[in-house]
Design a protein around this ligand. Sequence first.
Ligand code: GCO
Length: 458
Amino acid sequence: MKRPYLKPREPSGMEWWTYLSFAAVIYVATIVSLRMLYPEKHLDWSIIDETQRTFPESFQWGVATASHQIEGGNSNNWTEFETRSNIEESGDACDHWNRWQEDFQLLEELGVATYRFSLEWSRIEPEKGQWNAEALQQYSDMIDDLCRRGIRPMITLHHFSHPQWFEQREGFLDKDNIGLWVHYCEKVFERYCDRVTDWCTVNEPEVFSIMGYFMKMFPPGKRSLRSTLTVMRNVVQAHGIVYHRLKQHNPVCRIGLAKNVTLFDPLKRWNLLHWTTSAALNFVWNGAIVRALKKGTMFGKKMPLVRGSLDFIGLNYYTHVLTSPFLPQTNEVNFPKRSHETMTDFGYPMYAEGLERAVKMLETLEVPIEITENGTADQHDTLRPIHLQRHVWMVSELLQQGHDIRSYYHWSLMDNFEWAEGYSLRFGLYHVDYQTQVRTLRQSGSIYRDIINEASQD
Ligand code: GCO
């Protein structure tokens, strides 16, 4: 008996081409829609006058630093990591712990209205439950001094460094440790919240978890996707808990976190694989945290305390990364750039235009934006002047478009310990001679001083 239905039909050459053409049309349509939906804006800077800018009187100009990067003489998770990995040791850093008064004089010379800095937990609580009265007093004196100078302090409670005893218990990898950090936060908040209204709970949860638990560049120097996601979730959860606790103590204070927004753009805008990589990276780096703050869920777990736990959102903006499936696995970073872009000393391009997308991403959180970091590594100060002017111009444009940006903090006041890159990268408005600890204002520093001055006369 004939069973014709068992015999597979041979596709004709014609049908094969039909399928292929159909796939090609879908591919092209997808790429065209992606390119239209997600444009990568580049301005012709040769026709822009960056000095044409206006700012509202209430706009706050500042600079930012972090304890481990400037204080010197620390003993924490970083110092432990520095001794066992192949990176420079932080050592005396800028010796800021002893020279803070001189450094605050520099703030005054720049004319900033606000200063973002972090408290070093390992100084304040060197052993679990032991509080260092002298360190607490010195930070208190520093706050008083800033207030006397008319400079508003903004404190960061966790900027990548924490005590070694906390690390030995696996830090934020173990959610049972969150309470230890919350307790510390309450202690310092109670002590300083009468004089400090602006608080950043954590700095860059995504950088902290991805660099430390996936890229091996930050302590503890591990590579595990699972741990990375756990730490990110625990840090964001910890932020949510701290937000509510601190608000109970003092509802007037403004509390937020500093989010690093790195834009991931496909290297080849016709390559779907590049688009897929950039979408995946954008989700892990940016989307997951923004979503957690908006909806109270992260990687499938409910975190109701996190939802809406912000009075402002801090934006740390530096660059965009052009992605392909071949991602760097080490800190030998030299990312690709568009042909017209200028490379910074860090190995990523200057891309001031991206500030617009970064602001639009964070304003979905429906709270004011504070630009808590922006700047560039530039040893010879040849790029920083234009880098600064372009970014400040972008801020002015965004303000005119009606975006709610309240402040701009330049990273950084002075050259300092740039984490895995050690002292090789110089981010300062002031140059630091690490042998003599002499600080010298760079040209970009005086440009910033003029920008502040001119804005306050508008
Ligand atoms: C970070 C930090 C700063 C850096 C700065 C320059 O983004 O890693 O918040 O501590 O020093 O961003 O890279």
